[in-house]
Design a protein around this ligand. Structure first.
Ligand code: NAP
Length: 305
C-alpha cells in the first residue's frame, strides 16, 4: 500500500485516479472550486495558486508519492489569462517539484501530448517540442522546470477520455451526449491522436510509479486515430447513429485557437520499460462501454458535493 497525495482530484484524471487507487492505497486528493461528497478518499479543499501552502499539505498527509494533475487545462482560458496559466501550469509544478526533491517524495507530473507542433508526427521523447499555443507553452515550461527542480520526477505526456464529474469534460462525453441527443456534430478528420481511456491511464500511472520510472514518458494508447474515427468507433460500440458525426477538417470548422494536428506520439519507450503492450483503441472503447453499463458514469457524477 502506498500513500498518495493527488492534486486536481475533482478533474477528469485526478478524480478517476483517486477513486481507482483508493481501493488498494491510502489516497488524499486536493480539490479547488469543486467540492466532493462521499468520496472514497480523504478530500482537501485548497487553492494552489500560492504553491507555498503545499508544504503544510505534505506535512499533514505525509505522502510517499505525489500525483500532480491540477492544471489550467482550458485552452481558451489560457489564451485570455497567460500569466495565470504560467503560474498554474509552470510555477506551481516547479514549486511542488522542489519540495518533493527536498523531502525525498516521488513526484509524477502530468503533461500533454500537445507539446509538439503536430507537423511531422511519430514523435519520440527525444524529439524537440515546439508548442503552438499558450496552454501548451506553459505545460512545456512546467516539464522543464519540474525536471530542473527534481531530476528524479516522472513526467507523463498524456491524452485521455472517460467519465468526469460534470459529465461534459471529455471528448467521449461530447460524442456520447450529442449522439444520444441525436444532434449533429463535427468530427475532425485531420487531427490525429493516441488517446487512452482514463481508467487505463490510471492503471499505467500506478504501474509506472511502482516501477519507479523517471524522466519523460509518452503515456498513451499504442494506436493512433483521427478524432472523427474516434467518434465513429464510440457510435458503433454504443449502437448510436454514426451519420450524425460530420467529417470535417479543422480549417473548414472555423475554430480559431491554433491546434497541433498530427499528435501521433511513439510509445515504445514506455512499452519496453513496463514490458507489455499498451491498450489499443478498441480496448479503451470496450471498457468505456462496460463501465457505462456498470453505472460508473453515474457513480463519478454522484461525487459532486
Ligand atoms: N483531458 C485531456 O485529455 C488532457 C490532455 C493532455 C494533458 N492533460 C493534462 O492532464 C492533467 C489533468 O487534466 P484534466 O483533464 O483531468 O483536468 P481538468 O478536468 O480540467 O481538472 C483540472 C483540475 O485542476 C484543479 N485546479 C485548477 N486550478 C487549481 C488551483 N488554482 N488550485 C488547485 N487546484 C486547481 C481543478 O480543481 P477545481 O475543478 O476543483 O477547481 C481540477 O481538479 C492536466 O495536467 C492537463 O494539462 C489533459
Amino acid at each position: 500500500m502506498t500513500r498518495f497525495l493527488v492534486t486536481g482530484a475533482s478533474g477528469l484524471l485526478g478524480l478517476n485516479f483517486c477513486v481507482q487507487a483508493a481501493s488498494a492505497h491510502e489516497v488524499s486528493g486536493i480539490v479547488n472550486s469543486v467540492s466532493l461528497k462521499n468520496a472514497p478518499f480523504q478530500v482537501i479543499q485548497h487553492n494552489l495558486e500560492d504553491h507555498k501552502v503545499f508544504r503544510s499539505l505534505i506535512d499533514s498527509c505525509k505522502p510517499e508519492v505525489i500525483i500532480h494533475c491540477a492544471a489550467m487545462a482550458n485552452i481558451d482560458n489560457c489564451e485570455s489569462q497567460p500569466q495565470l496559466a504560467f503560474q498554474i501550469n509552470a510555477d506551481l509544478p516547479a514549486g511542488i517539484a522542489r519540495q518533493s526533491r527536498e523531502l525525498g517524495i516521488k513526484l509524477v507530473h502530468i503533461s500533454t501530448d500537445a507539446v509538439f507542433d503536430g507537423i511531422k508526427g511519430d514523435y519520440s521523447e527525444s524529439d524537440p517540442p515546439n508548442p503552438v499555443g499558450v496552454y501548451t507553452k506553459t505545460k512545456l515550461a512546467g516539464e522543464n522546470l519540474v525536471l530542473s527542480e527534481n531530476p528524479d520526477a516522472l513526467i507523463a505526456r498524456v491524452n485521455f477520455y472517460g467519465y468526469s464529474i460534470s459529465g461534459s469534460r471529455s471528448l467521449s462525453e461530447f460524442f456520447l451526449k450529442n449522439l444520444r441527443d441525436q444532434k449533429p456534430m463535427m468530427g475532425f478528420t485531420d487531427v490525429r491522436f493516441n488517446p487512452l481511456l482514463v481508467n487505463h491511464l490510471v492503471d499505467l500511472l500506478l504501474e509506472m510509479t511502482a516501477c519507479n520510472l523517471k524522466g519523460i514518458y509518452h503515456t498513451l494508447s499504442s494506436e493512433t486515430l483521427t478524432k472523427y474515427e474516434f467518434g465513429c468507433r464510440i457510435a458503433k460500440k454504443f449502437n448510436l447513429d454514426q451519420s450524425l458525426i460530420r467529417p470535417i477538417s479543422v480549417k473548414q470548422s472555423g475554430l480559431v485557437a491554433t491546434r497541433s494536428l498530427n499528435l501521433n506520439l511513439r510509445t515504445d519507450k514506455l512499452r519496453s520499460a513496463i514490458g507489455h503492450e499498451l491498450p489499443d483503441q478498441q480496448a479503451g472503447i470496450d471498457e468505456l462501454f462496460r463501465l457505462n453499463n456498470a453505472g460508473y458514469a453515474e457513480k463519478i457524477r454522484a461525487l459532486r458535493g
